[in-house]
Write a protein that binds this ligand. Structure first.
Ligand code: DAH
Length: 357
């Protein structure tokens, strides 16, 4: 029968084995050999029955205490081994966060040049305090034309080769918007001045050649308050052009023009040296002071409110800035073209970091 001395020896042996276990597997083997069903400590318990009744209680308590100690020692050793294993891993698996990002599949994805230019334009106008407004691609005649001071018989309607939907029973027809200008109307009827928005989006015209596609992109701009004048319009467009073409000076020419929704109206040309082609003028946008009729159509008093509007072709801006010759390629879904002209998904255009770095 194991006496108290034997238990002391067993405890010493087991603790030594536990401390000597070099890894978790070895430690588990010690646990099984001590506390497992047929382990050395467990077997002591099975001998309880053969002891004289007066010894059973003390013996039982002593064995239980031993069990507790061994169990604690096992836990402590386990924790120590795990910490050591983690330290070892941390030593070998150190991550250098200063290394460049490993691109993998991200490198293959490309931002379309038009999306890139849209982000650039939004960034520039957001910096000047404009917010982004949205309309719908399917519009009514009223929004696309009438409210913009283009009545049914107006010749400007013929300039827009409009895609119409089938007429409704009441004779009215929905259409694919031919420009982003209806977003001006949507904004003025739903917001009180001061208004300062840009509205980028898709527009549609029944036209197709090297410089025209049936779907293309425009950005509309609108500023309405009680004192905005042409000087502000000029300044905003100048600042925009400098920021967009990433140059300190851009030569600009404001040519008198006509749009039904502005009075006076202008077309704006830039000196092509901004894109490395000195000596040429390139038309980039139309603009003007919002026509009093348009303000009136939106419930604004033209005696009180005034402001300017402009409309820019995004695809054309993209072709100019990034030297892309054929507009049709923009929409051909050609991966080779996209990998050549596209932008890295990680290069988000910012004024601080550079628009097209
Ligand atoms: N909506 C015109 C177009 O598509 C562009 C335009 C010109 C918009 C002058 C304007 C503007 O807001 O003031 O051709």
């Amino acid at each position: 029968m194991s006496g108290a001395d034997d238990l002391v020896v067993l405890e010493k042996d087991l603790i030594a084995e536990i401390d000597g276990a070099g890894d978790l597997t070895a430690l588990d083997a010690v646990r099984v050999s001590a506390l497992g069903k047929k382990g050395r400590v467990s077997e002591l318990m099975s001998k309880l029955g053969s002891l004289p009744p007066e010894e059973r209680k003390t013996f039982g308590q002593t064995v239980n205490a031993l069990k507790g100690k061994i169990s604690d020692a096992l836990d402590a050793r386990k924790a120590a081994l795990e910490t050591a294993a983690l330290d070892e891993r941390l030593k070998t698996e150190r991550a250098d966060v200063t290394l460049p990002v490993r691109l993998g599949p991200v490198a293959e994805g490309r931002i379309h040049p038009v999306s890139q230019v849209l982000d650039e334009v939004v960034e520039i106008f957001a910096d000047m305090g404009f917010s982004v407004a949205e309309g719908t691609d399917i519009e009514t005649d009223e929004m696309n034309f009438d409210k913009l001071n283009i009545p049914p018989e107006h010749p400007a309607r013929q300039d827009h080769d409009t895609f119409y939907f089938a007429p409704k029973p009441d004779g009215s027809r929905l259409l694919l918007r031919t420009h982003t200008s209806p977003v001006q109307i949507r904004t003025m009827v739903s917001q009180k001045p001061p208004i300062r928005i840009i509205a980028p989006g898709r527009v549609y015209r029944c036209d197709s050649d090297q410089t025209h596609t049936p779907m293309f992109h425009q950005v509309e701009g609108l500023v309405i308050d009680e004192s905005t004048h042409m000087g502000h319009l000029k300044w905003v467009l100048q600042e925009f052009c400098k920021a967009f073409f990433e140059v300190d000076e851009v030569k600009m020419r404001f040519r008198a023009s006509h749009f039904p929704f502005t009075e006076p109206s202008m077309e704006v040309d830039i000196g092509a040296e901004a894109i490395g082609k000195p000596g040429q003028w390139l038309e980039i946008l139309g603009c003007g002071m919002v026509h009093p009729n348009v303000l009136r159509n939106c419930g604004l008093d033209p005696e009180k409110y005034q402001g300017f509007a402009f409309g820019v072709g995004l695809d054309r801006l993209t072709m100019l800035k990034y030297g892309i010759p054929d507009l049709r390629a923009f929409f051909s879904g050609d991966l080779t073209w996209l990998s050549h002209y596209g932008f890295s998904t990680l290069d988000v255009p910012t004024l601080a970091g550079g628009l097209s770095s």
